[in-house]
Design a protein around this ligand. Sequence first.
Ligand SMILES: [Zn+2]
Length: 194
Amino acid sequence: MTLPRGFKAKAEREALRLRNELGLRDTDALKVEALAEHLGVKVVSADRLIDRTRLEDLERVQAYAFSAATFQINNQSYVVTNPLRAPERQTSDVAHELSHIMLGHDLTEVREVNGMPFRTCRPDEEEQATAFGGTILLPRTLLLDAARRKLNPEQIAAQYGVTDEMARFRYNTTGVAKQQVRGSRTTNTWGAKA
Ligand SMILES: [Zn+2]
């Protein structure tokens, strides 16, 4: 599965545009709650809707079946999060769901797991939402700045409140890692000449 041509560049531009709309600098951490509010989307923890024990049961039946889901009720969008997940993971999940909404994906298809309804997505839309969600949290501009400050992916994850996996993925797929190697090589050459 590949992203549509130009998708990644557009996602980077959108990530910076959203930061601007939120009054943030390109290199500021973005709070998904603030973005949700900005978009008029309500974020609700699933244990406010059903018993936490049902969520735990579901987790036993099919681990990671439920990360987060988006519902539209009377023209109001809701992102329902799984309180069993770590906060960093919930951040990724909310960014992913908000991405579906911003990308205008169809939110109607539903399947059931253990009697609970879940929206299913087309695989290409899943990939887009994941890519856009990661870009929103860690735009390339932000990563370059972090790399200049000598932060490694784990330090970036801690500073920006995202998972290590997300930080590593973005660090490695945006060319920031390569740029860092080039950057340090240049410095060494310069240093050797001096
Ligand atoms: Zn999705």
